[in-house]
Design a binder for this molecule. Sequence first.
Ligand code: KG4
Ligand code: ZN
Length: 350
Amino acid sequence: MEEKFCPMSFTRRIVQDGREILSNVIYSQVKTHTPYGGVVPELASREHLLKIRPIVDQALSDADRTLDDIDGIAATSGPGLIGSLLVGLTYAKALAFAKNKPLAAVNHIEGHIYSVSFEHPGAEFPALALVVSGGHTNLFWVESESGGFRHLKYKLVGKTRDDAAGEAYDKVAKLIGLPYPGGPVIDRLARTGNRAAIPFSMAKITDGSLDFSFSGIKTAVLRMVKENERLKEDPLRLDLCASFQEAVVNMLWSTTLKAADRLQPRSIMLSGGVAANSRLRDVFRERSAESGLKLYYPEPILTTDNAAMIAAAGAAKLMRGETASLDVNADPNLRLAVSDRPLPNRRWKI
Ligand code: KG4
Ligand code: ZN
């Protein structure tokens, strides 16, 4: 199969060779959903439907390409909101059929892991990949069959037992009167707050697993603001943001470090929308350097959902010959295909 791929993800981006981003068109729906304090699934799929065609056209024209120049088409098949998934996947299938191009059906989480590949194509495997988003907080052991990003195999070694980290950010933001999505707003406000003002206790996972838990801290915030309404106003709110963020970041780092101690990866990869967080990036950068661990994360624009990452994962699939059939279905609960290889350190049951 031809090595050089110019796949197109279903909405916004054209990627050459799975690496170089030729165009970058993002239509954000944040304004539509903000008044409701979260994503409204029906509005999301309606907007996808309205925007998908003009945005694909714009992505092509920005890249100075036509559909005939594209080697393959990638779309997310899950997990996610079924209405939005269906719009993207169906549009991609129609394009693939009409233009006789190969189709790649990509897992959203795998896409996040591939977001690291643009700036760090030579990142070392096996890696520990922490994916922190609004819907997931997952820690994967990632092995490469090819040495690079071409063919990865995954093993889930830790996950959240309740809320995802981004979900905790968004819920806490709502509790203290901040708009959706709360993550970036808390990140900004936390810069002027005191991280040590409120000593949140870390969720204790005592069974030796590498899981996370964020619902306790959210409930703690709920209780605090009920007892003291002034926490909803600055300057106390700034301290609350900084302290909450510190607790979340510490929890993410301490479990990742625990996993790295056990499994001895050659690198750590941080991705997902929450990986845009400035404090998370700083803490992971400083502490991984102290621990002698190599760390990779994407530039902020590639951390939150984007089509470049889907195209990168899709390009790898197509280069391996993993073409999806035109009757592939969207699956809101799609799981990442899991490797059946044992973990390097068999003493740890996961
Ligand atoms: O990956 P993503 O774009 O969508 C999902 O797959 O869920 O992640 C969105 C999540 C939201 O919860 C949002 O609040 C959070 O990422 N997020 C952040 C930041 N930017 C986005 N959380 C903390 N700090 C940020 N700077
Ligand atoms: Zn995502």
